[in-house]
Ligand binder design. Structure first.
Ligand code: SAM
Ligand code: SF4
Length: 336
C-alpha cells in the first residue's frame, strides 16, 4: 500500500516510529518509575506480534523506514527475538532498540542475527553502587558485559544514554565520555523531563544542556558542532565533537528537550504496547489503533487514523526546568 508522505500542519514529516513492546521493566529508574512501579496494563490489551507487525507495515506504506523498539524494557518482552525477525523482514532501513542492557549478554547475538541493526544502552554512571541506587535493582557488571557482547555480536554505532541529575551523576559525565570513546561508542546525555505529571522530577537536581556541555569542556577542552556527522537533524540529539587534544574528534550528544526544545524538527511518532499512537512524547493526546485493529479495520482505515493523528500533531510542548508542563503519562509506558 503506497501512501503519501506523512506531513503535519507545521510541515514536519514523520519518518521514524518508536514502538514500545511492553510497559514492564526489570529496573525502577528514579526518573522513570516510582519505586512501587506503575499500574500495569492487562496483558490482553498488549498488542500481539502480528498486530505490531501490521501497524509497522501500515507505517512503511507512508514511507517510514526507521523503527526503534523500546519499552518499558523491550528485552523483557517474551520472544522479543522473534518479533525482531518479523520486523526485520519488512525492508526497514534501520531497526534499532533502546535497552537497559541487563539481558544483552544472552540476547545481543540472537537479536543481531534476527536483523536488529543498532543499539542504544542506557547507563547513567560507571559506579556500581550508584548504578544500583539509580536503577533501584540494576547490575552494572551485567550491563557492561552486555555492551561487550553487543560489540562481539557485530553491533556498531552503539550509543549510551545517560539522564543527568545534579548531585547524583553529573560528576560522572567525563568518565562516561572517556569510557564510551575508548569503545567507539557515542555518549549521549539527556536533560531530565518532567513526565508523570512532574511526580518524579526533582527540580533542584535539573542539569541543563549548557551545564552538561560545560562539564565535557572542562574535562576535554572546547567542543564544536558536529553537523558534518550526517546525524544532525535526524533525531533529538545535538552532536558536538572535541576540537583538540587526546580526544580530538570524539563525539558527544545532548538531548535537551527542556532548555533547547527540538519540536520544530520533530520527525517521529510513538506506538505504545497497547496500540495507542502518540504524536508527542510530552503531551497526553493519543489515538487508539488497537480497538479498530481488533474490530477488523482495513489497512486503509488504520492509515487514515494515523494520518488524522499526525495532521492534528501540536506545534510543541511546554516542559519547564522546574518540573511543570509535562504529561500525566509515565516515561516507562511510552519508552522515551
Ligand atoms: N528500558 C529502556 C532503557 O532504559 O533504555 C528503554 C525505555 S527508557 C524509558 C528510554 C530512555 O528514556 C532511557 O534512555 C531513559 O534513560 C530515558 N528516560 C526515562 N525517564 C526519563 C526522564 N524522566 N527524562 C529523560 N529521559 C528519561
Ligand atoms: Fe526501566 Fe528504562 Fe525506565 Fe529505567 S529508564 S525504569 S530501565 S524503562
Amino acid at each position: 500500500m503506497r501512501l503519501p508522505v506523512l506531513t503535519d500542519a507545521f510541515a514536519r514529516t514523520v519518518s521514524y516510529l518508536r514502538v514500545s513492546l511492553t510497559d514492564r521493566c526489570n529496573y525502577r529508574c528514579l526518573y522513570c518509575m516510582p519505586e512501587e512501579g506503575v499500574d500495569l496494563v492487562p496483558k490482553s490489551d498488549v498488542l500481539t506480534f502480528e498486530e505490531v507487525e501490521r501497524i509497522v507495515r501500515v507505517m512503511t506504506g507512508f514511507g517510514v523506514r526507521r523503527v526503534r523498539l523500546t519499552g518499558g524494557e523491550p528485552t523483557v518482552r517474551k520472544d522479543v527475538v522473534e518479533l525482531v525477525a518479523r520486523l526485520g523482514r519488512l525492508g526497514l532501513e534501520d531497526l534499532a532498540m533502546t535497552t537497559n542492557g541487563e539481558r544483552l549478554v544472552e540476547l545481543a547475538a540472537p537479536l543481531k542475527r534476527a536483523g536488529l541493526t543498532r543499539l542504544n544502552v542506557s547507563i547513567d554512571t560507571l559506579d556500581a553502587e550508584k548504578f544500583r541506587a539509580i536503577t533501584r535493582r540494576g547490575n552494572l557488571d551485567k550491563v557492561l558485559a552486555g555492551i561487550d557482547s553487543a560489540r562481539a555480536a557485530g553491533f556498531r554505532n552503539t550509543k549510551i544514554n545517560a539522564v543527568v541529575m545534579g548531585s547524583v551523576n553529573d560528576s560522572d559525565v567525563p568518565a562516561l565520555c572517556a569510557w564510551a570513546w575508548a569503545r567507539e561508542i557515542t555518549p549521549r546525555f539527556i536533560e531530565s523531563m518532567p513526565m508523570s505529571d512532574g511526580a518524579l522530577f526533582v527540580p533542584g537536581s535539573f542539569v541543563s544542556a549548557a551545564q552538561i556541555r560545560a562539564r565535557v569542556e572542562a574535562a576535554f577542552g572546547a567542543l564544536e558542532n558536529d553537523d558534518a556527522s550526517g546525524l544532525a537533524g535526524v533525531g533529538p540529539a545535538r552532536y558536538q565533537r572535541v576540537v583538540a587534544g587526546a580526544h580530538a574528534g570524539a563525539r558527544v550528544g545532548v538531548i535537551s528537550a527542556v532548555t533547547e526544545p527540538f519540536c520544530a524538527t520533530c520527525n517521529r511518532v510513538r506506538l505504545t504496547a497497547t496500540g495507542q499512537l502518540h504524536t508527542c512524547l510530552a503531551l497526553d493526546d493519543d489515538t487508539d489503533l488497537r480497538v479498530p485493529l481488533r474490530a477488523g479495520a482495513s489497512d486503509e482505515e488504520l492509515a487514515r487514523k494515523v494520518l488524522n493523528a499526525v495532521t492534528a500533531k501540536k506545534e510543541g510542548h511546554s516542559f519547564t526546568a522546574c518540573g511543570t508542563g509535562g504529561p500525566r503519562k509515565h516515561m516507562v509506558a511510552i519508552g522515551g
